[in-house]
Design a protein around this ligand. Structure first.
Ligand code: LLP
Length: 420
């Protein structure tokens, strides 16, 4: 992966050795490569720009202000799913008219904030949500542009917890119901239905489900137009996966070819919402070995990063390569579980992994942790949030400092009637 290089036998992020960062900010720590994010964005844009497809970065993947700002500078709009993400995108300078608001349960307050900001589009996932948005918009004397999120009933062949386009999932309305939805929207003041949106899941490695999805979207878009609806926007979702095992992973040119084949001849405004593909491989989680515990059947390498820092392994059986930062050429010393110090058996970063003999104090790197890493972290076991660092060439900056335990404690309030 561009952005991560071996220098004098040690892993560096661009020109900065990870060991230097670990020394200065401590561990665990997230480290991102600005260069890698730029390279990914440009590769995606090179595939999509010729087709006029807008890129709305799915802020949920990594919502650090520095990362959103970097992507904004490259030309990205934003896909947000909460009032918090909306505020983050706006604070990072993403123009409101390049923001789309998705999500299955937007509150009235969130709708109001998005209307006040003047966002481009709401992706609406149900009739009750449409009715509420219409009410909120009317109360403000405005009209909300709406895309209907349709569920195409396509299996994205990904982990059950991150598949979204099957009939049993909570997302969107069945695609066949789109005409009824557009009819209802036409009766309501306060909303104008202008598009369809679709997102079938995340970490999609096989592009075929995209084709099946876009075939259905095309058919429905044409049906709606034939019925006289002023459909302009098609939001084609995110979900493009990355090669967590070090393999190439799907190529945006492949996705672009499918979009072109299915939708290229129609005059819709097209957009995609990638998150992971842009930032996933551009980040690592840096951890230090606390101790090595040779059990009866297993070697447990206990590190100072845990499931509160990176929940993907235990939540989705997510695979992340784990390697020593220094002295990477050592032979494997058999299998190990790399685990955190949290009091749960589910607290692991990897299971049954070939790993060299490592000693207490050594640095390990958990690869491909730029997406759904820091954003999903918690303070379980009163573990403060890990810092985030952004590297760009020779320079690097702490883009979120390590939370202190004092700051964590200060968030709580002990009632007067308990104190003393
Ligand atoms: N658009 C919508 C409507 C979404 O729900 C998502 C992700 C995206 C775009 C961006 O998907 P991406 O391009 O990043 O795959 N925490 C999980 C992934 C959850 C994805 C949720 N929705 C993980 O760590 O694998």
């Amino acid at each position: 992966m561009q952005g991560f290089e071996i220098r004098d036998g040690a892993l560096a992020v661009e020109n900065v050795p990870l060991a230097t960062i670990a020394e200065q900010v401590g561990t665990p720590a997230y480290v991102y490569s600005a260069g890698a994010i730029r390279t990914r964005y440009r590769a995606l844009a090179a595939a999509l720009d010729p087709l006029g497809i807008a890129i709305h970065y799915a802020v949920k993947a990594n919502s650090n202000q520095a990362i959103i700002t970097l992507l904004r500078g490259l030309g990205a709009g934003a896909d947000v799913v909460s009032g918090g993400e909306l505020a983050r995108a706006l604070a990072a300078g993403i123009p409101a008219d390049r923001i789309v608001f998705a999500g299955v349960g937007k509150t009235r307050d969130e709708m109001a904030a998005a209307l006040d900001a003047g966002i481009h589009l709401f992706n609406i996932e149900s009739e009750p949500e449409l009715e509420t948005l219409a009410e909120v918009a009317r109360s403000k004397g405005t009209t909300a542009r709406v895309g209907l999120r349709v569920n195409p009933n396509v299996d994205a062949k990904t982990h059950a917890k991150i598949t979204t386009g099957k009939a049993e999932n909570k997302f969107g309305v069945p695609i066949e119901r789109a005409p009824a939805f557009f009819a209802r929207a036409g009766e309501l003041s306060g909303v104008e239905a202008v598009g369809l949106s679709v997102h079938i899941g995340s970490q999609i490695l096989d592009l075929e489900p995209y084709r099946q999805t876009y075939v259905r979207v095309r058919e429905m878009a044409l049906t709606l137009r034939a019925q006289g609806y002023g459909l302009r926007n098609l939001d084609l979702g995110g979900g493009l996966g990355i090669g967590y095992r070090g393999e190439e992973g799907p190529d945006p040119q492949g996705l672009a070819a499918i979009i072109k084949e299915q939708l290229g001849d129609l005059d819709f405004e097209l957009a995609v919402e990638p998150g992971r593909w842009l930032v996933g491989a551009a980040g690592v989680l840096l951890a230090r070995v606390i101790l090595v515990k040779q059990g009866e059947t297993k070697r447990h390498v206990v590190v100072d990063a845990a499931m509160n820092d990176l929940i993907r392994p235990t939540l989705y059986e997510g695979f992340h390569r784990i390697e020593p930062v220094v002295g990477r050429d050592r032979a494997d010393a058999g299998m190990a579980d790399i685990v955190g110090p949290i009091c749960e058996s589910g607290d692991y970063l990897a299971k049954d992994r070939p790993l060299p003999a490592v000693a207490a104090g050594e640095l390990l790197v958990v690869r491909d942790a730029g997406a759904y890493g820091a954003v999903m972290s918690s303070t379980y076991n009163a573990r403060p949030l890990a810092p985030e660092v952004l590297v760009d060439g020779d320079r690097w900056t702490v883009i979120r400092p390590r939370q202190s335990v004092d700051a964590l404690i200060a968030l709580d309030k002990v009632p007067d009637w308990l104190a003393g």
